[in-house]
Each structure stands twice: as structure tokens, then as C-alpha cells.
Design a protein around this ligand. Structure first.
Ligand SMILES: CC(C)(COP(=O)(O)OP(=O)(O)OC[C@H]1O[C@@H](n2cnc3c(N)ncnc32)[C@H](O)[C@@H]1OP(=O)(O)O)[C@@H](O)C(=O)NCCC(=O)NCCSC(=O)C[C@H](O)C(=O)O
Ligand SMILES: [Mg+2]
Length: 289
């Protein structure tokens, strides 16, 4: 499966204010799959320029090992957007994360701007889905450009825009989360769940990770180092899932040629074999981390 060959772990993707040099340094030691060096909401107006310099220097440094380093620039129409985009393109991170993307036309304009600024081929666009406009357009957004690699849910902004509340189970957000997932899967791109703000509430955080994983998200965006390890564990195939996948493949091979077999009393068809192969491919990549 081509999708397996291209699997990039994005179980845990940690935001950090690019104005916080201590956090940028600490990130080199954290077991995260990815980093979002923020220039937007986590950075005050007086620190935008120095944060941009820090983020670009970090992204270009090559000091973050296997971690996928991205830069979140300020949104379209803000006074910092053009300079952020040009500087990020020149630094060549894995992704330029753009907040509050609202339409497929915006995706195409952003891609054109990245290309005009000379961004290297490996620098992809990551679009944040965090407004009502984006939810209504998410299907077109997700398939607007081959350079768009990841959708990132912005659940704080969505809650604000909906005039909703952060509640266990995320009832007010379910429509937005699931429409965005459908769009990402149709387009064949990755999608990351939103952040959990209550950094001291481990139980609530883990419940939300399990929910996001069960929905089908590739991983979760995080705001604190303490969230990384539980998130990695929840978004990786469990030992039981890996053993089950191996058993499914063995049962399938033993029943060679028949269209349906059973494993542990459950029906196994070709599609279950595809799922099992994906679980093992993901496990193999993650085991090297
Ligand atoms: C949430 C925080 C403000 C909490 O900060 P603090 O109280 O200082 O945390 P600790 O004292 O527990 O920190 C312990 C050490 O860990 C380092 N640290 C903390 N956070 C990070 C981080 N994100 N990345 C790297 N390192 C971090 C501290 O420096 C301490 O280190 P040391 O002193 O060496 O022990 C803070 O965690 C924070 O700022 N988090 C990130 C906030 C952020 O980036 N927000 C923007 C994105 S969220 C969002 O809104 C997404 C979307 O747009 C939406 O709409 O939903
Ligand atoms: Mg936001």
C-alpha cells in the first residue's frame, strides 16, 4: 500500500511560542513527532519579529532530529502575514501552518505565495480549520492543492466562533470534527485533532486523545510537554492491536484463496487484512522512534 510507505508519524505535535527560547531548546529533548513553532496567538504583538527570527533559525538549524518542524505564521490579512510567509519559506521547515484558512482559493493563493517565495519542495502547507467558513468549505479546502499535506483542527477558535463551550465529550464540536475528517480522508491527507487546554487534567486529556484516535485522527496537537508521552501511547497501535493484526494475516494466509476466514471468532475479509497491514506498517515506523 502506497499509504503505508508514506506514513509519517504525527501522533504528537507540540505548539510552542517562538518567543520562548527556553521552550525551543527544550523541544530538542522531547519525544514529539512534530513541532509547531508559533508566531500567531501564543506571541504578543511586541515579540512578533523576534519570534519570527527564532522560529526560522530553529527550523533551519537541523537540530531537531526526526521531529517534523513546522512554523505557524500569522493569518492572511494580518500585518505580519507576508513577512512571516516569506521568512518561513526561506527557512524551509517541513510545513508552514496557516491559521484560519477559509476557502480553496486561499489554499491556492498560499501555495502560489510559497512557490513565489522559493520554498523548497519538502515545505508543505498545513491548513488550520477553525472557523465556520472553513467547516462549510472543508471538502474543497482539503483537495485544493497537492502541496496541502495536513489539516489541523483549531478547536479553541471553533469553540469561540460557535459561542460554544469546552465540555467533556466535545458535543458542540462533533459536526466540525467529523466533517473535517471526512474531507481529509477523501483527499488522502493527514488530519490532527485540536489542543486540550487543561494541562493539569491528565484524565480529561487522555479521554480526549482516545476519542480523537477512535474518530480516526492521525494525532493530536499539544500545548505542554506533559501531554506528549500519553498522547504518543494512545495514538500508537497497542500491543494487543499488533498481535491481533499479525493473527489476522496468519489466518488469512492459512485460508489462502478463500474470500473470508475467521480470527478469534471474528470475520476477516480482504478489507480487514488491509487494516491489519496498515497497523503493522504504522507499528514498524513508530518502533524506530
Ligand atoms: C500552557 C503554558 C503557558 C504553561 O506554561 P508553564 O506554566 O510555564 O508550564 P510549566 O511550568 O509546567 O513548564 C514546564 C517546563 O516545560 C516547558 N514548556 C512548557 N510548555 C512548553 C511547550 N509548549 N513547548 C516546550 N516546552 C514547554 C517550560 O518552559 C518548562 O521548562 P523548564 O523551565 O526547562 O522546566 C505553556 O505550556 C505554553 O505556552 N504552551 C504553548 C501555548 C501555545 O503555543 N499556544 C498556541 C496554540 S494553542 C491554539 O490555540 C491552537 C488553535 O489555534 C486553536 O484555536 O485551538
Ligand atoms: Mg486558533
Amino acid at each position: 500500500m502506497g499509504e503505508q510507505a508514506a506514513y509519517t508519524p504525527r501522533r504528537s505535535v507540540l505548539y510552542m511560542p517562538s518567543s520562548n527560547e527556553r521552550a525551543l531548546e527544550k523541544a530538542k529533548t522531547l519525544p514529539v513527532d512534530g513541532l509547531i513553532l508559533d508566531l500567531e496567538d501564543a506571541v504578543g504583538p511586541d515579540h512578533k519579529e523576534s519570534a519570527r527570527e527564532n522560529a526560522c533559525a530553529a527550523a533551519a538549524s537541523g537540530e531537531y532530529g526526526q521531529r517534523e518542524v513546522t512554523i505557524r505564521i500569522n493569518g492572511i490579512g494580518t500585518q505580519w502575514h507576508d513577512a512571516d510567509l516569506a521568512a518561513a519559506a526561506a527557512a524551509g521547515p517541513a510545513g508552514v501552518v496557516v491559521p484560519k484558512v477559509g476557502s480553496a482559493d486561499e489554499v491556492r493563493s498560499l501555495v502560489a505565495a510559497l512557490e513565489a517565495a522559493g520554498a523548497p519542495e519538502h515545505t508543505k502547507l498545513w491548513a488550520m480549520i477553525e472557523t465556520p467558513e472553513a467547516i462549510f468549505n472543508v471538502r474543497e479546502i482539503a483537495s485544493a492543492s497537492p502541496r496541502l499535506a495536513v489539516l489541523v483542527m483549531g478547536t479553541n477558535d471553533l469553540v469561540k466562533e460557535l459561542r460554544a463551550d469546552h465540555v467533556p465529550g466535545r458535543g458542540p464540536l462533533l459536526t466540525s470534527l467529523q466533517l473535517s475528517l471526512l474531507a481529509a480522508r477523501e483527499a488522502g491527507i493527514a488530519i490532527l485533532d485540536g489542543v486540550y487546554n487543561d494541562v493539569k487534567n491528565a484524565e480529561g486529556f487522555e479521554a480526549e486523545c482516545v476519542q480523537g484516535r477512535d474518530f480516526g485522527f492521525d494525532g493530536k496537537t499539544l500545548i505542554h510537554p506533559g501531554q506528549v508521552e500519553p498522547c504518543n501511547a494512545i495514538f500508537a497501535p497497542s500491543e494487543e492491536a499488533v498481535a491481533d493484526a499479525r493473527g489476522i494475516l496468519e489466518a488469512w494466509e492459512a485460508g489462502a484463496g478463500s474470500g473470508v476466514v475467521t480470527h478469534n471468532g471474528r470475520m476477516v475479509e480482504n478489507l480487514h487484512v488491509d487494516i491489519a497491514r496498515r497497523v503493522l506498517a504504522v507499528h514498524e515506523v513508530i518502533s524506530t522512534r
